[in-house]
Design a protein around this ligand. Structure first.
Ligand code: ADP
Length: 399
């Protein structure tokens, strides 16, 4: 069985075709500049890469192009579309309506559309992609949607409610939703496989650290709290996002800088975080390189990030009443051994002891990096959201 996984944005469409017998990627790529031109990068697992200018007025043309590359020419990987059993879509916001992945129906599409207000940059694009997919593949190819928010739907009200007048929760559904749920769920599941643990009774903190970053407290295999909130702006400082700040700062800046809500939104989402603090870069590798050359602002940005992660681990251990494992994943979590070392430093009182040799040796790889006698296990688990989307899709269509 082959499953096509789609991660659509308003102007881009990332895809992976996965063979579910081996769980290997057969081909993957990205259609960019949808609506403003068109460019496709298409990679086949044996090493061929195709890069082409294209014309993508809408997502439909992007789908037609990727189908053409998958099914025709000397580099085709399937003979015709019927070999693709189903399509799995990543959807950012499922609101309170979806606590697990579901088969796409007209009602499901309408619900995703209905909660677009909660994810205006993402949900409308997902709907466009789902409809374009139906047009190109025909309605007989099943589609499944997998939500970033679903894993976090198990949070109790004390974790997801904000202390605002209750009417705004009722009127606008303002509450914490949490994001990156597919990644937190994937690494939790993988940790269970790697340790052989039955997750009941286990208390885990999963740290997804990339351009966007979030931490989750997972107790008995279920999320009980997470750092992102109503939107993916909350929690940790990120590449260009501020993370949590005193809400009064927003009002103060809008007043004193004369900023509109849209301008403030841009400042918080695109001009803050590593980029805003350093004034140089949103990329953690560049930040570390500049800091090692004596750039103080880059060093502050690094310090803020690591300090915040450490505090989340401590607070989630308190929230869960203990800690059995910490998992690092995402571009930074998987690849930055000095970040992992610093975050875990002085957490011996919680039972965390890193084996520094393993921490450096296993960089970029999957494995346990805590010392044998560490009460809390610390792991690097590379995330694979696309694979989880493909597995959910397979499970749902097999029912
Ligand atoms: P996204 O959230 O967009 O999926 P990623 O998970 O790919 O992002 O993470 C991107 C971040 O990972 C960047 O800040 C980048 O600097 C960092 N990163 C990637 N590779 C390395 C590496 N080898 N060492 C340190 N940081 C890395």
């Amino acid at each position: 069985m082959k499953i096509l996984v789609i991660n659509a944005g308003s102007s881009s469409l990332k895809y992976q075709l996965i063979d579910m017998t081996t769980e290997n990627v057969i081909a993957k790529g990205n259609c960019e500049r949808i609506g403003i031109g068109g460019f496709i990068t298409h990679r086949i697992t044996d090493g061929v890469t195709i890069e082409e200018e294209a014309n993508f007025p809408t997502h439909t043309e992007a789908f037609k192009k990727l189908v053409e590359l998958l099914t025709t020419g000397e580099n085709k990987v399937v003979n015709d579309l019927s070999e693709i059993s189903a399509i799995g879509h990543r959807v950012v916001q499922g609101g309170k309506y979806f606590s697990s992945s579901v088969l796409v129906t007209e009602d499901v599409i309408k619900t995703i559309e209905k909660i677009s207000d909660l994810a205006p940059l993402h949900n409308p694009a997902h709907v466009l992609a789902i409809r374009a997919c139906q047009e190109v593949f025909g309605k007989e190819t099943p589609e499944v949607v997998v939500f970033d928010t679903a894993f976090h739907q198990t949070m109790p009200p004390k974790a997801y409610m904000y202390a605002l007048p209750y009417e705004y929760y009722e009127k606008y559904q303002i509450r914490k939703y949490g994001f990156h749920g597919t990644s937190h769920r994937f690494v939790t599941g993988r940790l269970a496989e790697l340790t052989g643990w039955d997750m009941s009774g286990k208390k885990i903190v999963t740290c997804h650290l990339g351009n966007g970053s979030s931490v989750a407290a997972v107790k008995n295999g279920k999320c009980i709290d997470t750092s992102m909130g109503f939107t993916p702006l909350d929690g940790l400082q990120m590449g260009t996002r501020s993370g949590a700040i005193d809400p009064s700062v927003v009002l103060y800046l809008m007043k004193h800088e004369g900023l509109t809500p849209d301008e403030m939104n841009t400042l918080l989402n695109k001009e803050s975080g590593f980029l805003g603090v350093s004034g140089k870069t949103s990329d953690s590798r560049d930040l570390v390189a500049a800091a090692s050359q004596g750039d103080d602002r880059c060093q502050i940005a690094i310090d803020i990030f690591r300090y915040q992660i450490k505090k989340y681990i401590g607070s989630y251990a308190a929230a869960m009443g203990g800690l059995d494992a910490v998992v690092f994943t995402g571009g930074i979590g998987e690849n930055s051994f000095d970040l992992r070392r610093e975050v875990c430093e002085n957490l011996e009182f919680l039972g965390i002891h890193i084996n520094q040799v393993l921490n450096e040796d296993l960089n970029h790889k999957e494995g346990r990096i805590s010392a044998d006698d560490s009460k809390v296990q610390v792991w690097i688990v590379p995330t694979n959201e696309e694979l989880l989307i493909a597995r959910d899709t397979k499970n749902i269509i097999s029912k």
